[in-house]
Design a protein around this ligand. Structure first.
Ligand SMILES: [Zn+2]
Length: 453
């Protein structure tokens, strides 16, 4: 696939020599011609550019530093410069997962979760997170929104920044830091009252407490605020899943207002009736999970442009384990979730791809979510758009990402065959480029971190 890579490397070497030559000339006070960087091109057998319609091609994509340059049909003579031959593959925009947890290593049961917070240092968890960030990239996810560190403080801010500065490989990131829930609602729970145990979130109460927590978290560099809006799910009859809401509507309104006032956005973990209702009324920007959403709230979401991030796979994955822990409702939730997704599609709600990886083990490719989105009623193109154009819009990065267009970041992946005909193709990405730099694909086996015993 990268047949002419050696040529590219030597071209870079020549560029460096050229620059050194230019510096030498400059010191001799002689005008020097600026070195002309040669173009690099991807030759794609086909391309789905994210702007609607089927894949077309073959196409040549020019890579100009970290950006996409010219796009041209590949049927004419080859352009000057180096070429990466992807002519047996279909090129697409880099994938976007809008709901990840790089600092979590799976938490089907409370025991899995507690062990990580009690037995692993935040430093060790951060080391694991750097491996997870690399994994996301190797699966073709060139951008992620990481929705809280689960007790690891603001380690996500540092991971985001280390990637951005080129210190470690990983996707572009927007992060949510510690997140918020009310006192007594979020693990670790159930320990003797005299024990001081770590918490997976910042515990926040009251209107003024909410405003203060938003100010504190934003001051530590998070992009998003995240709230947990409900807990304790049960089927209330007629296929309605209800819950115990955590924050009061007044508290939620204050948190949302303070977040927006500071030009940031807010995600709400809201699984069932009241959590979702209170969140959309308060004006959050994204609903996470949304296993059950009332029709009235779907209408409000469509009207206000609130995104729905359904995270289907994780719900199916944890169902048996959580039922075994005494919460059989989890076995009923996938069916309710499927019904909600159908109704959301009909209501015209914006749906973004998100998986909650970290909530399931890191040896599972999160691209499995695509097949479930299609099984639950989305077309392959809708599913693919949810992880490209729609994801980019959710992040506020539509001008930089999400489609293959001149001037955008050269974040590209390639798969065999046509993903619009077979969405599972996305589970085997064959080529990954982020910001014009090629990264190894998932064939590179990384160790699956094991939980402490
Ligand atoms: Zn999550």
């Amino acid at each position: 696939m990268t047949a002419i890579k050696g040529v590219r490397a030597s071209a870079r070497g020549m560029l460096l020599l050229g620059l050194l030559g230019a510096i030498a000339c400059a010191s001799a006070a002689e005008p020097a011609a600026a070195p002309v960087p040669s173009s690099h091109w991807l030759r794609c057998g086909a391309m789905w550019d994210g702007r609607g319609g089927p894949a077309r091609g073959p196409v040549l994509i020019e890579i100009r530093a970290d950006r996409i340059g010219e796009l041209r049909p590949a049927d004419g003579p080859l352009p000057a410069g180096t070429i990466t031959d992807l002519s047996d593959l279909t090129c697409l925009p880099g994938l976007i997962d809008s709901h990840t947890h790089v600092l979590l290593q799976g938490d089907i049961t409370a025991e899995d979760y507690d062990a990580q917070l009690l037995k692993q240092s935040p430093e060790y968890r951060t080391i694991l997170a750097t491996v997870n960030a690399r994994r996301m990239l190797s699966w073709g996810f060139t951008t992620i929104r990481d929705l809280e560190t689960e007790g690891a403080g603001y380690a996500d801010v540092d991971i985001r920044d280390a990637i951005q500065r080129g210190i470690i490989p990983g996707p572009r990131m927007q992060v949510a830091g510690r997140s918020m829930d009310v006192t007594g609602a979020y693990p670790l729970l159930g320990y003797a009252p005299a024990l001081v145990v770590p918490k997976g979130v910042q515990e926040v109460d009251g209107v003024e407490g909410g405003r203060r927590a938003v100010r504190e978290q934003l001051s530590h560099g998070v992009d998003w605020i995240k709230v947990y809006s409900d807990r304790n799910y049960r089927v209330a009859g007629n296929g309605v899943l209800d819950d115990v809401p955590t924050f009061t509507p007044e508290e939620l309104r204050a948190i949302v207002d303070e977040t927006h006032r500071q030009r940031h956005r807010i995600a709400s973990h809201a699984v069932a009736l009241y959590g979702v209702h209170n969140s959309v009324e308060a004006g959050v920007d994204t609903i996470e999970h949304g296993d059950y959403i009332a029709d009235e709230d779907l209408r409000t979401m469509a009207q206000k442009g609130i995104y729905y991030v359904p995270t289907i796979f994780v719900g199916e994955y944890v169902a048996a384990g959580r039922a075994g822990e005494g919460a059989p409702v989890w076995l009923e939730m996938p069916k309710i979730h499927a019904n909600t997704l159908h109704r959301a599609l009909k209501a015209g709600v914006k749906i973004a791809f998100g998986t909650d990886i970290g909530g399931f083990d890191w040896h599972i490719n999160p691209a499995r979510e695509f097949a479930l989105m299609v099984k639950y009623g989305m077309t392959p193109e809708q599913a693919l758009s949810s992880a490209t154009v729609v994801g980019a819009a959710l992040l506020g990065w539509s001008d930089q990402l999400g489609t293959v267009e001149t001037g955008k970041f050269a974040d590209l992946v390639a798969v065999q065959g046509d993903p619009l005909a077979d969405i599972t193709r996305l589970e085997q990405v064959r080529f990954v480029m982020k910001g014009g730099v090629e990264y190894p694909v998932s064939a590179e086996r990384l160790p699956a971190p094991s939980l402490p015993k």
